[in-house]
Write a new protein. Structure first.
Length: 138
């Protein structure tokens, strides 16, 4: 196996694993979120079939409005910052070192209270920012 670091330009050809640098990958603004830039680190485009890992960066005042994902689970590890996380109608204060878990179909939201919130987010199976996999409250 090569010691080469995969960049955004050669991710598509990677099918046997690799090392990916967020600083060399493109970010995107996810639906239902404000002030957020996500960077997909691992997913179908990097050879993963059963999970997706995203680095989320939400600025002060940013949020993720209440939503749920049918057919997939989501976990998020707080790397930096503080926020309030709504999970199934209960609001929790969260900070660096906390792990959040959103079971399939459970409504969840985030409201940032620090300068920024950095999260490592795992979806299983991969989400792929598919609007058909999001339910919003009525």
């Amino acid at each position: 196996m090569s010691n080469t670091i995969a960049t955004a330009n050669d991710q598509a050809r990677v099918s046997r694993g690799g090392v990916f640098r967020a600083s060399e990958m493109s970010g995107y603004s996810p639906a239902n979120h404000h002030g957020t830039v996500n960077t997909r680190l691992v997913g179908p485009d990097t050879g993963a079939r059963h999970m997706e890992i995203v680095l989320g960066d939400i600025a002060r005042g940013g949020n993720a409005l209440a939503h749920a994902h049918p057919g997939l689970e989501q976990a998020a590890y707080v790397l930096e910052g503080t926020a309030f996380a709504g999970i199934d109608g209960v609001e929790h204060e969260v900070r660096a070192g906390d792990m959040l878990f959103f079971p399939e179909g459970v409504f969840h939201s985030i409201r940032v209270t620090s300068e920024r919130l950095k999260l490592l987010v795992v979806y299983a199976p991969p989400y792929g920012e598919n609007p058909e996999q999001v339910i919003r409250p009525a």
